[in-house]
Write a protein that binds this ligand. Structure first.
Ligand code: ADP
Length: 368
């Protein structure tokens, strides 16, 4: 039997997973996902035909499906690494998910209501199924946790900062991977002034140097910063107040608007998916407008981070759009042509490799 690590990313409508052999983290043994949870869930795993699950199968049943598939393989599960969106103010390092940490993560649900409950649910289910299994939490906020107070603060009275109303930043596991790859493949650039652009369904920018995050575009929640597939990105807080006060929208309705109906989808009225927008843009000016808006905000965001870094030596693109949409990369770089020379690099996103690596690290520590 092969000893394996499971990497699990429990999102709001999907469960993504990879399985790694402990002796070889360079490529996963299996790569799978259940998408469309809450609507029409489909279980896909590398090398097998897709399987449609029942529309009423929610997270619990979908996770059970993955665990049952896993137990049918000739593998011994040694540890699981979870991708967790929010680590709050207290979690400054990826860590073992013990009772104390889990209790703290429960208190962060209001900061990431669309993600955190699903992470906690997956942790609890795995605990029940494998009471002695080592469970590791890897956090999207950790890479940014040591930014300066200047970067972490909103211009609000200090007491709100103390209460946790502050900028945390996300996509940290993706940025950590980029930083590792730069260090390995481009050591000179790694030591230089780096702006990384993670452009997928979620989108953000990060200024980093020597493996440290100095500034990022996402804030207290993952709605802030750049416009995204369905998220608004930065918006005048007065507009939010207006929607609540004058349009009588509830907090839940505003949350739904900003999280699921805005961004590329809201602007185009067509789709949140860049490939669909590219095809539609030939005939539909709204689709082109959404693309232009996205490109403009990416370039503006980079220029702002360049101020923090005092220049830029390399711009790194990652995520589904950043890796695949060459025209978008060229347009962004074109808008920055007023700047002095900088390199452009594409690095495929691989948060799972970072999670597998930390999980193995904790496992080896425990085994001595
Ligand atoms: P997630 O944030 O869910 O992991 P991805 O990083 O996979 O998402 O990015 C999804 C986005 O990448 C979608 O908007 C998709 O259209 C876009 N994308 C994927 N391939 C291409 C391509 N060849 N050209 C343009 N956009 C692409």
């Amino acid at each position: 039997m092969t000893d394996v690590i499971l990497v699990l990313n429990a999102g709001s409508s999907s469960l993504k997973f990879q399985v790694f052999a402990i002796g070889n983290l360079s490529a996963p043994l299996a790569n799978g996902r259940i998408t469309g949870i809450g609507n029409a869930p489909v279980f896909c795993v590398s090398g097998q035909a897709d399987k449609n699950l029942q529309p009423q199968d929610h997270h619990q049943k979908c996770l059970a499906e993955i665990l049952s598939w896993l137990s049918a393989q000739d593998w011994q599960l040694r540890a699981v690494g979870h991708r967790i969106v929010h680590g709050g103010t207290k979690i400054q390092q990826h860590c073992i998910l013990d009772d104390k940490i889990i209790a703290y993560l429960e208190t962060l649900v209001p900061l990431a209501p669309l993600h955190q409950p699903h992470h906690l649910h997956a942790i609890a289910t795995l605990r029940r199924a494998y009471p002695n299994l080592l469970q590791i939490g890897c956090f999207d906020t950790v890479f940014h946790a040591r930014q300066s107070k200047l970067q972490q603060s909103f211009a609000l009275p200090e007491k709100y900062f103390v209460q946790g109303v502050r900028r945390y930043g996300f996509h940290g596991l993706s940025y950590e991977w980029i930083s590792r790859k730069l260090n390995q493949d481009y050591p000179t650039l790694f030591r230089g002034r780096v702006v990384a652009a993670h452009l997928g369904n979620g989108a953000s920018l990060c200024a980093m140097q020597g493996g440290k995050s100095l500034a990022t575009t996402m804030g207290m929640t993952a709605i802030d910063g750049l416009p995204m597939g369905t998220r608004s990105g930065a918006i005048d807080p007065g507009a939010v107040l207006y929607l609540i006060r004058e349009q009588k929208m509830s907090a839940e309705e505003v949350e739904h608007l900003l999280s699921y109906e805005s961004g590329l989808l809201g602007l185009s009225g067509v789709s949140n998916d860049m490939r669909v927008l590219r095809n539609a843009a030939v005939q539909n000016p709204h689709a082109q407008f959404a693309i232009n808006y996205f490109i403009g905000k990416i370039a503006e965001g980079i220029a702002a981070l360049v101020t923090t870094l005092g220049g830029m030596d390399v711009l790194v693109f990652t995520g589904g759009i950043g890796e695949n949409d060459r025209a978008l990369r060229e347009d962004v770089v074109g808008k920055l042509s007023f700047m002095q020379h900088f390199e452009t690099v594409v690095i495929p996103a691989n948060e799972e490799a970072v999670i597998a690596d930390y999980t193995l690290h904790f496992l080896s520590d425990i085994r001595g």
